[in-house]
Design a protein around this ligand. Structure first.
Ligand code: 5GP
Ligand code: SF4
Length: 445
């Protein structure tokens, strides 16, 4: 998912709307914005892309100088309209809205506890727990209630809260998911999952919200910082591999540069003789460029992507996924014919995409197809906010690399190893700073 918050701008909801467009890659299932005019919150949310959910007329009703927004990619809860965010509620202190990126690992426990005490839930989202925890807290001030509430939850959360007068941004102690702070040209503030949103609205990057930090935005004041938890960073390495947009800086690094590094590392450790390197668009592009620069093998755009179809990964049934891959990617026959091709992708999850692509390239006349993957085998599911399928569906959890190679019908298959991945994102090789659980099974919580 993606979250954004705008504070202190006359057109706050418009800026949130534009920002959500640049964060659309983080979730395509639903989108929503809540704004505050100081007296009342206004919320619009629905299923579908940002472009579908909002129009000029709807945005005009989201008045006020602060706004928070969300694009949804379901990792907890349902695919229904009820599960779109912001989550909005009225309670004894007034009104609040919350947006959340991440996944709470003790959600069920907390929810059952709340239900036993008489709470009623409207959705299956873990985020709804927070509303109840804040409403039930015995503290007088919203700030204290938020602190109370986040101390009862565990797992991954980059959160933005909106009340009538204030905005709050909070990150879990591990900093699994990114969240950055920026300044708007008029002096207001923006927080967003990725810095590509800042570029769009001409905001300047100030810094990341620290793991464990709560930021409080109030009119006429500088954002106030409270350290709620001691920071113990475990940044999601998969943000670099796949999730974030290449023009963003996450956890202090250029995503594009780290992906290119992965390609260069891959060329060094897993070379193969070939005539061409082609990426699986769009995810494989930076790594393929890196591979080409390191190996000296020509980079070509051998596969065209149809951009008007949503991501294939999200489709519920295998049959639909197969069909969508076909609609989405087509080969450039004149470039590929008779050539030994290296095809680069960022990850293999179920193996469906790679199998289909390799078949397609061979049908287009490639004499050899070598698959190179710019991350280690995906062997374990994510419980911290990325929707990887369960272990039984992860091809690398159930087959050896040679078996996968045979299954996808490649002439050779090689992955990046863990150390080379780490080297691509952190020259100090500080492995403690990152979560790598989907590649290593080393879960933090
Ligand atoms: P597969 O077909 O092996 O299941 O999926 C691999 C493809 O899905 C790769 O092209 C990769 O870029 C993409 N992918 C990997 N992880 C994710 C994810 O978490 N979400 C989405 N939407 N796509 C992913
Ligand atoms: Fe990221 Fe993988 Fe860790 Fe999930 S398990 S937070 S996707 S590195």
């Amino acid at each position: 998912c993606a979250v954004v918050g705008i504070f202190g701008h006359e057109e706050a909801s418009k800026l949130a709307y534009f920002s959500l467009h640049s964060l659309q890659h983080r979730g395509q299932e639903a989108a929503g914005i809540s704004s505050s005019d100081g007296k009342k919150l206004h919320t619009i949310k629905d299923r579908g892309l940002v472009m579908r959910v909002f129009n000029e007329e709807k945005l005009a009703t989201l008045s006020g100088s602060s706004a928070i927004g969300h694009t949804r990619y379901s990792t907890a809860g349902d695919d229904s309209i009820l599960d779109a965010q912001p989550v909005f509620a009225r309670y004894d202190l007034g009104e609040m809205a919350i947006v959340h990126n991440g996944n709470l690992t003790n959600a069920e426990e907390v929810r059952n506890g709340l239900i036993k005490k008489g709470a009623i839930f409207q959705t299956f989202m873990d985020t709804e727990n927070l509303i109840h925890l804040i409403a039930k807290s015995a503290k007088d001030k919203l700030t204290d209630r938020i602190i109370d509430a986040v101390k009862k939850i565990e797992g991954a959360f980059s959160l933005v809260f909106l009340s009538r007068k204030k905005m709050f941004a909070m990150r879990d102690r591990f900093g699994f998911r990114p969240l950055s702070l920026g300044r708007l040209p008029n002096g207001g503030y923006i927080v967003a999952s990725e810095t590509c949103a800042f570029d769009l609205v001409s905001a300047t990057f100030i810094r990341d919200v620290e793991p464990g930090e709560l930021l409080i935005f109030e009119d006429g004041k500088k954002p106030k910082s409270i350290k709620v938890f001691e920071a113990t960073p475990k940044h999601c390495i998969f943000e670099y591999v796949y999730f974030a947009r290449p023009d963003s800086f996450v956890f202090g690094q250029s995503v594009y540069q780290t992906r290119k590094n992965m390609g260069q590392e891959l060329a060094r450790i897993k070379p193969v003789e070939a005539d061409l390197i082609i990426p699986v668009p769009d995810g494989g592009v930076p790594a393929a460029i890196g591979y080409s620069q390191e190996s000296g093998i020509a980079y070509e755009m051998g596969i065209m992507r149809n951009h008007y179809i949503g991501r294939t990964f999200i489709e519920p049934t295998q049959e639909m996924r197969d069909l969508k891959v076909k609609m989405k990617l087509s080969p450039m026959t004149d470039i590929i014919k008779g050539k030994r091709v290296i095809v680069v992708d960022d990850s293999i999850v179920r193996g469906t995409t790679s199998r289909r692509i390799i078949r397609m390239l061979k049908e287009a006349g490639a004499s050899e197809v070598h698959m190179r993957v710019s991350s280690p085998p995906t062997t374990d599911p994510c419980f911290y906010g990325v929707d990887t399928p369960s272990k039984d569906k992860l091809i690398a959890a159930n087959m050896t690399t040679q078996e996968i190679c045979d299954y996808i019908e490649a002439d050779s298959l090689a992955y990046l190893d863990e150390v080379s991945l780490l080297r691509s994102v952190d020259s100090d090789l500080d492995e403690d700073k990152y979560c790598t659980a989907c590649f290593t099974g080393k879960y933090i919580i």
